[in-house]
Design a protein around this ligand. Structure first.
Ligand SMILES: [Zn+2]
Length: 330
């Protein structure tokens, strides 16, 4: 005898399986672990705390009367909150200075890019402005942003605005330290609903630790101790700037080729130009200083020779010195 399964019964049996498969599918395809919850079963153990402090330089917009848009107390509250949130990663931050800037309101992407001219090496660069318009929805005003220069993706910085709650710096530092996406878990620092006492999940802490190590290796950031040491020696502060400005009418390709030739001179990471020239002299690449020759002329002469390509038949300089700069990093 043929049994007929009622259609409703079949649907009732199959529906949960379909729903489950859909859930799995959405987790597999749209389930970017940085976007949403990481299921508790795959959440890693928290990392071992790194134990490192990074210097932060605050550049604060001032109005026409010379008043900062936010005072130091407000910034300290931001810093304290960030240190609390990053403590489980063993990463902390200390302000190394508050500098005045005149950029008040950031309206466009170009306004944000323009801050890139003030970037300092070895530190986390944080700008505080009175307001910043959302570049995607111009009706909105932002509380903060982690911004990269599109043509130099390795140069990035944080902007915090006067309307920011005390947790905004911690959130933007979360982006800075390897968590580009938001999370939709209330109370998570990378969520828009992070509340008063936000925290990282362990997987996010792993990214913080790993990015902190990477920044130290790349000498993009130095530790606070190293900063003080280099500062005392007059090496820091050192600013990112284009040391090879494009000459009038020069095609881009030519400029890049010129940069490459000049880069042969040796690593310039965290080392002022004068020190590099002195070092080059030490190995005879530039030639001895001529009697009575002013310093600037000597540097210009060295530059001309660099531009013409390396003449020194000796092998390129060892990176020993640059590496020793990193000795204090952990
Ligand atoms: Zn964000």
């Amino acid at each position: 005898m043929r049994t007929r399964l009622p259609l409703a019964w079949v649907l009732w049996c199959v529906a949960p399986i379909v729903a489950h498969a859909q859930a799995l599918g959405s987790r597999a395809s749209g389930g970017d672990p940085q976007q949403g919850d990481v299921p508790p079963l795959v959440m890693p153990e928290p990392p071992r705390p790194l134990g490192v402090a990074f210097p932060i330089r605050f550049r604060v917009a001032h109005d026409a009367a010379g008043r900062p848009v936010r005072d130091k107390e407000w910034l300290r509250a931001q810093l304290e909150r960030a240190n609390g949130v990053f403590a489980p990663a063993g990463v902390s931050f200390a302000a190394i200075g508050f500098e005045a800037i005149d950029a008040q309101v950031l309206e466009s992407r170009e306004d944000r890019h323009a801050l890139g001219r003030r970037l300092e090496r070895g530190v986390v660069n944080v700008f505080v402005v009175s307001a910043m318009r959302d570049v995607d929805d111009p009706r909105e005003w932002r509380r903060g942003v982690h911004w990269r220069l599109p043509w130099r993706r390795d140069r990035h910085f944080i902007v915090v605005t006067a309307i920011a709650p005390p947790t905004t710096l911690a959130h933007e530092l979360g982006h800075f330290f390897g968590n580009p996406q938001h999370r939709w878990v209330p109370g998570n620092v990378m969520s828009y609903e992070h509340g008063e006492t936000p925290a990282f999940d362990p997987d996010q802490l792993h990214r913080v630790v790993s990015l902190a190590r990477r920044y130290l290796r790349a000498k993009e950031l130095v530790t606070l101790e190293r900063f003080d040491e280099l500062h005392e020696r007059g090496v820091l502060p050192l600013y990112y700037r284009d040391p090879f400005p494009r000459e009038l009418g020069e095609p881009r390709g030519a400029r890049v080729a010129r940069e490459d030739r000049r880069r042969d001179v040796g690593p310039r990471e965290l080392e002022p130009r004068a020190a590099r020239v002195t070092r080059a002299e030490g190995r005879g690449g530039v030639g001895p200083r001529e009697v009575g020759e002013p310093r600037a002329a000597r540097i210009a002469r060295a530059e001309r020779r660099e531009g013409a390509g390396p003449r020194d038949p000796s092998p390129p300089p060892p990176r020993r010195r640059a590496r020793s700069m990193d000795a204090g990093t952990r």
